[in-house]
Write a protein that binds this ligand. Structure first.
Ligand SMILES: Cc1cc2nc3c(=O)[nH]c(=O)nc-3n(C[C@H](O)[C@H](O)[C@H](O)COP(=O)(O)OP(=O)(O)OC[C@H]3O[C@@H](n4cnc5c(N)ncnc54)[C@H](O)[C@@H]3O)c2cc1C
Length: 387
């Protein structure tokens, strides 16, 4: 068994760490100040400028195939990078990425959607959730009705990330209501100019998703992604990617926050001694490190399984559940260690507190991950102790 990283993985991780230290960390006070004013941490222009800078030294399109100019990195390396980026609260992502399912586009769609999305000239969003269908995504009602060579889309999507900025949406719609979402849904590439509208949803964290409204939006058949009836497969593929990258980011956030707690515990004095002298504080630190390292291993194992081509769904659910719950517990303890200071907006802890709560909800709630894990065991899809 080899727990070490390859030389290349270590070099990439160190380069990203350096980029974070030099280019992102200095922006943190500004991000906090903007957060207090209710503004995004980075404007689109600032994000693009940083992405261009990273592109200058080759960091562009982490998951994008080389034929499109990307790095085509393995899943483990991508997870390591997401962890590094999690160590800062500057909301940066590398450029040159497109939704994984856009690679199923045909030649015409590739030119119209995939390539401009990779280049950052178009912004996409992915829409399956509806007011009546979140965890129970198979209950979607947004319907596409055939009309000649077109389809008419009617219904509502909600909580859609990038839904306010996107100029096109990948929409999962029912094309055969009798067959249900699993066999009777289809993915459509729908330009905003075709007629859908959006409305922002204010949340407790930095995320600002949107509701999307479709009222007989006319979409040509040529805008079907993949085949009619393949919507569910594409949706599950899209969601599968986040299952190990979200907890990878959670690991980075927990690393940074726990380091702050260690430093604070050693310097803050009460009753004439550093608070680190108290077992109550030590145990919070010890439990946090233990849970952090356990989550890291689950994330890396899930990513490694992806790289081997094996079915990584069970392992990814464990990684998502572990990472999401771990980071919430760690941030809560880190806030407690900081006492009143932890509760202020002088420090980023309360911001993380609000931000990471989302990790237990989106792209499959904690309960849905547990449901998957239990189902896999109870139905014999996997066995206890199978590594
Ligand atoms: C900020 C944000 C961004 C998002 N981005 C996107 C996006 O880009 N695209 C997209 O399509 N969606 C997106 N979502 C939607 C997200 O995936 C859903 O919110 C999530 O799947 C939960 O669905 P729900 O909110 O309808 O909760 P519900 O499904 O109504 O669940 C409510 C509660 O009941 C629990 N529950 C439900 N069923 C069961 C059960 N059988 N057993 C036990 N407990 C159960 C849930 O776990 C949850 O705790 C986003 C959501 C948020 C908040």
């Amino acid at each position: 068994m080899e727990f070490g990283l390859t030389d290349e993985q270590r070099a990439i991780r160190d380069t990203v760490r350096d980029f974070v230290r030099k280019e992102l960390t200095p922006r943190e006070p500004d991000v906090l100040a903007r957060d207090r004013r209710g503004e995004p941490g980075l404007t689109r222009d600032e994000l693009t400028a940083l992405q261009d800078k990273a592109r200058g030294f080759g960091f562009w399109g982490l998951s994008t195939p080389e034929q499109y100019g990307g790095m085509d990195l393995d899943a483990v390396t991508q997870a390591l990078i997401h962890t590094e980026l999690g160590r800062t609260y500057v909301p940066f992502v590398f450029g040159g990425e497109a939704d994984n399912i856009l690679y199923e586009a045909n030649d015409t769609q590739r030119a119209e959607y995939l390539l401009p999305t990779i280049e950052g000239d178009r912004i996409s969003c992915f829409a399956i959730t509806e007011p009546g269908a979140g965890s129970d995504a198979a209950n979607i009602r947004l319907t596409a009705r055939a009309d000649g060579d077109d389809w008419l889309l009617s219904g509502e999507k909600t909580f859609i990330t990038n839904g306010n900025d996107a100029d096109f949406a990948i929409v999962i719609a029912l094309t055969d209501p009798a067959a249900g979402a699993r066999g009777g849904s289809t993915a459509f590439l729908v330009d905003r100019s075709m007629g859908w509208t959006s409305s922002p949803i204010v949340t407790m964290g930095p995320a600002e998703p949107a509701s999307l409204f479709f009222d007989q939006v006319r979409v040509p058949s040529s805008h079907i992604l993949g085949e009619v009836g393949q919507g569910w497969r594409l949706a599950m593929r899209w969601i599968g990617r986040g299952r190990y990258l979200i907890p990878a980011r959670a690991v980075g956030i927990a690393e940074r926050a726990l380091s702050m707690a260690v430093e604070y515990a050693n310097t803050r004095e009460t009753f004439g001694a550093p608070i680190a002298a108290n077992q109550a504080i030590q145990w919070m630190i010890a439990d946090s490190e233990l849970e952090l390292e356990a989550a890291r291993l689950l994330v890396l194992r899930a990513a490694w399984l992806v790289d081997t081509g094996a079915d990584a769904r069970h392992a990814s659910s464990m990684a998502k559940l572990s990472g999401a719950t771990m980071v919430n517990r760690v941030i809560d303890r880190v806030l407690q260690v900081h006492g009143g200071m932890g509760y202020t907006r002088e420090l980023p802890i309360e911001r993380w507190y609000r931000e990471v709560r989302l990790f237990r909800i989106f792209e499959g709630t904690d309960e849905m991950q547990r449901l998957i894990l239990a189902r896999d065991l109870l139905r014999g899809y996997t066995k206890v102790g199978l590594v």
